[in-house]
Design a protein around this ligand. Structure first.
Ligand SMILES: NC(=O)c1ccc[n+]([C@@H]2O[C@H](COP(=O)([O-])OP(=O)(O)OC[C@H]3O[C@@H](n4cnc5c(N)ncnc54)[C@H](O)[C@@H]3O)[C@@H](O)[C@H]2O)c1
Length: 245
């Protein structure tokens, strides 16, 4: 089950932490994984370590906010069967905990660029090929900040993540007869990049622990598989029981 042999995957922001876990999990199921990151050395290191494990991966550094760079990279890859939109900023790893009234427009547009426009750019680049081939899987990594909201000063991040989830749902419905599924994963607090100031929130997770890249990788494998063809237009909360719905 969940065999991804010879599927071509693109995972954005996969040079560390959650994205690298997703890339490793897809590659371990047989996918040829294109490891994207804005920092080329990170993408190359992760792709190299996947190859060292005997699986298939290539580094494809680019900035997801640049629509021309994204389109050129996807053209160079050829067919992308599985897109995982993981690149993000301004979440637990980069959060400033700044209240909205103290933020500048530059600060919020930079966050929304990556978390929302980055998703639109990558989906736009891969979608035509998926429609032509009649098969595709799109998984977008989101956050409870975009569904429940949080009290810790991440308003533009919430806007970017919430907008991306709304976009994904409509994209899924628009393509539901094209053999393409599109889903979002709303993550709770992860063990990667969580500031110690969030320790109290971390202790309140019902499952009693922070999430791991392996938790996310496993769900991405399922959502990328043939077996998940009836799962589309969903936001799946992966949060150790944190969210009420
Ligand atoms: N860590 C958490 O607690 C948490 C919680 C909820 C959601 N998330 C989401 O999960 C995803 C991964 O989080 P993480 O903690 O691994 O983040 P991270 O900051 O550790 O890694 C993100 C990677 O994305 C890359 N990146 C940033 N901007 C990019 C761009 N414009 N183009 C290409 N690559 C870019 C970075 O270089 C980095 O390697 C993000 O979308 C984040 O918002 C994280």
């Amino acid at each position: 089950m969940f065999d991804l042999t010879d599927r071509t995957a693109l995972v954005t922001g996969a040079g560390q932490n959650i994205g690298s876990g997703i890339a490793r999990a897809l590659a371990a199921q047989g996918a040829i994984v294109h490891v994207n990151d804005i920092v080329a050395e990170r993408a190359e290191a992760v792709a190299g370590s996947i190859r060292s494990a005997g699986d298939r991966a290539e580094a494809v550094p680019f900035d997801v906010t640049g629509i021309d760079a994204v389109a050129a990279a996807v053209d160079a890859i050829g067919a992308v069967d599985v897109l995982v939109n993981n690149a993000g900023n301004g979440g637990a790893g980069g959060m400033t905990l700044t209240p909205f009234h103290d933020l500048s427009p530059d600060a919020w547009s930079g966050i929304i660029d990556v978390n929302l426009y980055g998703v639109l750019n990558c989906c736009h680049a891969v979608l035509g090929g998926m429609v032509e081939r009649g098969w595709g899987r799109i998984v977008t990594i989101s956050s409870l900040a975009g569904t429940m909201g949080t009290r810790v000063g991440v308003t533009p991040y919430s806007a970017g993540k919430g907008g991306a989830m709304a976009f994904v749902r409509s994209l899924a419905l628009e393509n539901s007869r094209n053999g393409i599924t599109a889903n979002s994963i709303a993550l709770g607090l992860m063990g990667t990049g969580t500031p110690t100031s969030l320790g109290d929130i971390a202790r309140s997770i019902p499952a009693g622990r922070l999430g791991t890249p392996e938790d996310v990788g496993a769900l991405c494998v399922y959502l990328s598989s043939d077996e998940a063809s009836w799962v589309t237009a969903q936001t799946i909360h992966l949060d150790g029981g944190t969210s009420p719905t």
